[in-house]
Write a new protein. Structure first.
Length: 147
């Protein structure tokens, strides 16, 4: 299991926005140049973040992106789910009653436990706490490079 590159970039974008000055707008070109990432790909990432209300897109000459709500209220789970959809480790732990084997399957409860643990970890870290840990030279991604 691995998060997509889109989810990884989304987290990095959010950390950078949280590190920006209040009201500062960051352009798509700025995001792309900091991380040597294709603008077209980042555009799709930012569209998803905007649809989820995590960023606000500003059009025009002074356009760009700002954070959509306080960084202290945005968790890693919010960002990952904005990109990937609801967390679901296995199809059998989807909407209630979606698995006919759950009553006798010995692994079903393990999948539920693992999903709950992952969700708890992602919920326990806010974008604000990650931005606070980012050094000024690496604020765009919290690490030296966009790998």
């Amino acid at each position: 299991m691995q998060l997509t590159r889109a989810a990884d970039y989304a987290v990095r974008v959010m950390v950078h926005l949280a590190s920006a000055s209040v009201g500062e707008r960051v352009t798509l070109t700025e995001f792309a140049s900091f991380g040597d990432a294709p603008e077209a790909f980042l555009s799709k990432v930012l569209q998803s973040l905007t649809r989820a209300g995590l960023t606000i897109s500003h059009r025009g000459v002074s356009g760009g992106y700002t954070i959509g709500r306080p960084a202290s209220e945005i968790t890693l789970l919010d960002v990952v789910e904005a990109m990937e959809g609801p967390l679901q480790l296995n199809l059998c732990i989807g909407p209630a009653g979606s698995c006919g084997r759950s009553g006798w399957c010995s692994v079903h409860e393990v999948w539920i436990e693992a999903q709950q643990a992952l969700a708890a970890v992602l919920k326990s870290h806010t974008i604000a706490s990650l931005a606070a840990k980012a050094s000024p030279s690496t604020q765009i991604c919290g690490v030296p490079e966009w790998s």
